[in-house]
Design a protein around this ligand. Structure first.
Ligand SMILES: *Cc1c(COP(=O)(O)O)cnc(C)c1O
Length: 391
């Protein structure tokens, strides 16, 4: 059987034609396609502004900078995520504070947030793990009480909804970031975005994405009279920014992919329904659920081995892998990484997260999977669990 990865992009001839068109045009970067992608993304999510950048990590970095995170600040996040969610705090000299997760969704346990707030806390970065939204209204309420900024790490959740709002609308947050890495809902190869409803934040993102440089005379700090209208070569670097731009080649792919996003999510959800039916009442593992406020994007389909099977996880994992299924584990709790241990983080600070890590397997889910493959995958997984008890 052909190797099946846990996640995969879906690129069709339309995508390819669009990209080739840009390659033949005058602008392969810094043209109009970036703007167009931003407008469509903002419109899709229902936010005022979108800024697209070179990766989800770049988006997190400039989001953290725009939030004003500085040395000495603490930022609350959770450990069942990709390292970038917390690294962006370190980039700014701040300290990530890990709050434990809920046992079922592996999203941040909102009940435990307040205990971790101090006078140094500046922001909260909730992660919509596996595409299942956090209960944002509750997080926002806490943030308002303590005047904290909320940055949603929605790398898994483009196309998801929280209550009546698309993730990315920033209805209950200050900013939302997305990633367009090929395993995510839509892809630009590498790429990311930040959305916001704040004009001020939007202008910070634009500046930070491009070396801190502005070419708009209205925004010049030096007296206008000197340069306005005549010195057309003039630009100003006003803060220490980066080159986090994305190319028009990538933005074009993004525009074309965005047209198919709803179809992709629909198929992911269909696959989740099939799995849930095939796995119903199985004795080996729990399957992902959807809370009443959530419409999940099913970026992942995380199963959690039950007691009696957890300690066989490695064996089960290897058996499934040996059948050609590229299953994965999401995630090693961030603070258990050697770099974080070096910073002083200790095992045991988030018991639910560690338990989740020890029982989780992310099985294959992506829009290109066929029904017959899904049935075969389910069979392989149930079989691997069954034989694990026998030896
Ligand atoms: C993928 C991912 C990122 C980083 O995105 P890149 O585009 O790969 O830089 C950040 N956070 C989470 C939760 C992710 O899954």
């Amino acid at each position: 059987m052909k190797y099946i990865p846990y996640g995969r992009h879906k690129i069709d001839n339309m995508d390819i034609r669009e990209v080739v068109k840009v390659l033949r045009s005058d602008w392969i970067t810094q043209g109009q396609k970036v703007n167009e992608f931003e407008n469509r993304l903002a419109e899709y999510c229902g936010a005022k502004y979108a800024v697209v950048v070179s990766s989800g990590t770049a988006a997190l970095h400039i989001a953290a900078l725009a939030a004003g995170i500085k040395p000495g600040n603490e930022v609350i996040t959770s450990p069942i995520t990709f390292v970038a969610s917390a690294n962006c705090v370190l980039y700014c000299g701040g300290n990530p504070v890990f709050v434990d997760v809920e046992r079922d969704t592996a999203n941040i346990d909102i009940e435990k947030i307040e205990n971790s707030i101090t006078h140094r806390t500046k922001a909260i970065i909730p992660i919509h793990f596996a595409g299942h939204p956090c209960d944002l209204e509750k997080i926002k309420k806490i943030a308002n009480n303590y005047k904290l900024i909320v940055i949603e790490d929605a790398a898994h959740a483009l196309g998801a909804r929280y209550k009546d709002y698309k993730i990315g609308s920033c209805r209950y947050s200050d900013m939302t970031i997305f990633s367009f890495h090929p395993v995510k809902a839509i892809t630009t190869g590498e790429g990311g975005a930040i959305l916001t409803n704040s004009k001020k934040l939007y202008e910070r993102f634009i500046l930070l994405r491009n070396h801190g440089i502005t070419k708009e005379p209205k925004k010049f700090i030096n007296p206008n009279g000197l340069f306005y209208n005549t010195d057309l070569w003039y630009y100003e670097m006003q803060s220490l920014g980066f080159n986090y731009r994305i190319t028009d080649i990538q933005a074009t792919l993004g525009i074309s992919q965005l047209r198919k996003l709803d179809k992709f999510i629909y198929r992911r959800r269909e696959i989740a329904v099939i799995y849930s039916r095939l796995f119903r009442d199985n004795p080996y593992f729990d399957i992902p659920l959807e809370k009443e406020y959530a419409y999940s994007a099913y970026h992942l389909y995380p199963i959690r081995l039950k007691k009696g099977y957890k300690d066989k996880r490695q064996k089960i994992f290897l058996t499934i892998r040996s059948k050609g299924l590229g299953i994965q584990i999401h995630y090693i709790p961030v603070y258990l990484q050697p770099y974080y241990k070096m910073l002083g983080f200790k095992k045991g600070i988030c018991p639910n997260a560690e338990d989740f890590y020890n029982s989780e397997i992310s099985i294959n889910i992506y829009p290109g999977l066929k029904d017959f493959q899904i049935r075969r995958i389910a069979k392989i997984i149930l079989n691997a669990c069954r034989v694990s008890v026998k030896q």
